[in-house]
Design a protein around this ligand. Sequence first.
Ligand code: SF4
Ligand code: SF4
Ligand code: FES
Length: 528
Amino acid sequence: MPTLEIDGQRITVEDGVNLIEAAERLGIEIPHYCYHPGLTVAGNCRMCLVEIEKMPKLQIACNTRATEGMVIRTQSDRVKEVRAAVLEFLLINHPIDCPICDQAGECKLQDYYMDYDRQESRFALEDKVHKEKALDIGPLIMLDQERCILCTRCVRFLDEVTKTSELGVFERGNHCAIDLFPGRRLDNHYSGNVADICPVGALTNKDFRFRARVWYLERTPSVCATCATGCNIDIHHRRGEMYRFRPRHNPDVNQYWMCDEGRLSYQRYQGEGRLLQPVSREGDRWAVRGWDDARVEVVERIRAAIAAHGPNAVAAVISAQATNEEVFLADRLFRGHLQARVAALSWSPADALHDDFLIDADKNPNSAGLRLLASDAGLDAVIAAARSGAIRVLALLRSDLLGPCGESLLDALADSVEFVVALDTHFSRTAEIADVLLPIGSFAETDGTFINRSRRVQRVREAIPPPGQARPGWQVLSELRRDLGGPAVPADASAVFTELAASHASFRHLSYARLGDAGLALEGAPSR
Ligand code: SF4
Ligand code: SF4
Ligand code: FES
């Protein structure tokens, strides 16, 4: 555990920590391009040079480990002079694309130019070496060779993390450029990450290009809901619209990365097919209903079925797409309060994509939470009971039955169950068998928690409000519970979680405040 001094402040760090990270812990930024904590050290950009006492030459901070008694200066005149020189060198051939470059606002070349350089270029615009612009190198990524500063982060990511090595550095000197190896495309399952780590606007995401200036976007920390890994993400949004998902560092879950499918999954929540208001079936069309109206109908149908045929005439299917709060409320309501049957649904296609890195074959974000919080009478048993006519009212919570049941069984259910109510985000083939559809918010439009495949409890947050008349699922379930004789509607999702934590031993030590942005492992969870 060496103790060293940086800009007059002392700090003790673990063995092996480099000077960029040691300084960062003191709140001192040593500017850098090629260094990325998730990749090996390349040491090629020279932006991180610092002065170390007793060493005659400046040293690169990224490749220098903190050692006992070191005295570092990161802001001396010598250091500032060399930073300006490095920037002047990088800007010899770099185009001044800033007004149209999508990296503007988060470009390290712009930022460091303003911090350390600010000099007129001594090189004429017309003398710049021109390289290829707007190269389409893969399904997600565009490359602008002129903007590249040859930090090789992208090359190292593809060599070290995905091990697919699509990109390399070609040619020499001024003509040096990043390019695809002949015959290759950048189309691995994690390709979007190269745009995140490119410190300038050389690699950009096609999906985000020209859509928004980053300084207008707000960020909400959340969790990807597309598989059981639960990669930590930031949702970038503005005025109720999501613009992109970006991976958020969590060493216990996804390190710095996320997969492309998860990255683009935000599109599905703001595209076609969202349920925007409660509707009920009237003949062969849907009629728009007010919330109170629709809820009263659902409550009356449930009451009537139980009064006439007993609690077994009602069943609910709760899916692993639901948050813990929703699972808890639905299970409490249907199994606990009404003594009806509950089936837990955690379904993924048999050939679902998976790998030995992040992508999980379980395409549900909360299978572990569903297992813990819902009693399960078995989907097959509930479907069989429904088909025999024993179930009069079927409630579906984020449950798409098309995959596990198939079309013909769905149609058979529609014929044999008197009343189906679905709480969901989208119209779907399953929604077609419903009598009442209650629109609820997606995971990005509601507060709640998921439990990932390593039994880590993680927060999702209402980044944007649910569209139209849709409401958070926990709220709709709480209102149904109240109308069916249960307690008052909790003030927010946090209050639901408090109720949940009080009634399940493995959650007892948890609260939203304790979960924070990084989440916490359930007691007894395996460490990764
Ligand atoms: S494309 Fe970006 S990440 Fe790759 S070497 Fe150039 S500047 Fe670095
Ligand atoms: S690996 Fe899973 S959780 Fe992570 S980004 Fe991809 S789909 Fe989302
Ligand atoms: S960050 Fe140290 S040389 Fe590039």
